[in-house]
Design a protein around this ligand. Structure first.
Ligand SMILES: CC(C)(COP(=O)(O)OP(=O)(O)OC[C@H]1O[C@@H](n2cnc3c(N)ncnc32)[C@H](O)[C@@H]1OP(=O)(O)O)[C@@H](O)C(=O)NCCC(=O)NCCS
Length: 172
């Protein structure tokens, strides 16, 4: 019999809708966040992405979480000092103790409020037992909308690709 990956010592964990993990942050780019060209630094963008994603993963898991993996991040456009950034994250899919979080960042035009895509990323977080610090099972994700169902399916495919890459790396 295959063991339910979402079970704890107390039995199966109840599913949690994606809406439980949805997280939105707004940041303004200060001089301290910028490179000598006056644009936000990639490292600062990654920091905000990691924080927004960690909050989303923690909202789903209701435990401390750690970043285990970050997929490729592309920076689509520069953002000047004074620019306003909006960051959204939610859990796409949860396996046994790990979760894939999708994050998207936009810059907002002060003149007309229009949003432009700055960066996107997929991150894998692992839920930890607060007492032992070891990986702890999480609830399954319940995708409700068509977009959430698509992200769930695509997250499963990415998980398979990541696992295959890790196996290849471990073998070398
Ligand atoms: C993430 C961490 C807790 C995993 O511990 P581990 O002993 O490898 O645990 P396991 O082998 O039992 O794996 C636990 C889960 O993590 C996943 N995982 C572990 N390493 C991973 C990686 N590099 N990429 C994606 N998932 C990973 C496993 O697939 C597993 O998922 P599942 O339970 O949903 O199937 C551990 O590697 C760690 O603490 N890393 C440092 C995390 C950290 O400090 N991050 C901050 C930035 S450095």
């Amino acid at each position: 019999m295959t063991r339910d990956p979402h079970s704890s010592h107390d039995g199966p964990l109840a599913g949690r809708p994606v809406s439980d993990s949805q997280t939105e942050m707004t940041e303004i780019v200060f001089p301290n966040d910028a490179n000598p060209l006056g644009n936000v630094m990639g490292g600062r963008v990654m920091h905000w992405i990691d924080i927004c994603a960690a909050i989303a993963a923690g909202r789903h898991a209701r435990t401390p979480v750690v970043t285990a993996h970050v997929d490729q991040i592309d920076f689509h456009r520069p953002v000047r000092i004074g620019g306003v950034l909006s960051i959204k994250a939610s859990v796409n899919y949860a396996h046994r103790t790990s979760m894939e979080v999708g994050v998207k960042m936009w810059s907002e035009s002060r003149a007309n409020g229009e949003r432009s895509h700055v960066a996107s990323a997929y991150l894998t977080f692992v839920s930890l037992d607060p007492d032992t610090g070891t990986p702890r099972p999480v609830s399954p994700v319940i995708p409700e909308t068509e977009d959430e169902k698509r992200r769930y399916r695509q997250a499963l495919e990415r998980r398979e690709r990541r696992n295959a890459n890790r196996k290849r790396q471990d073998a070398t």
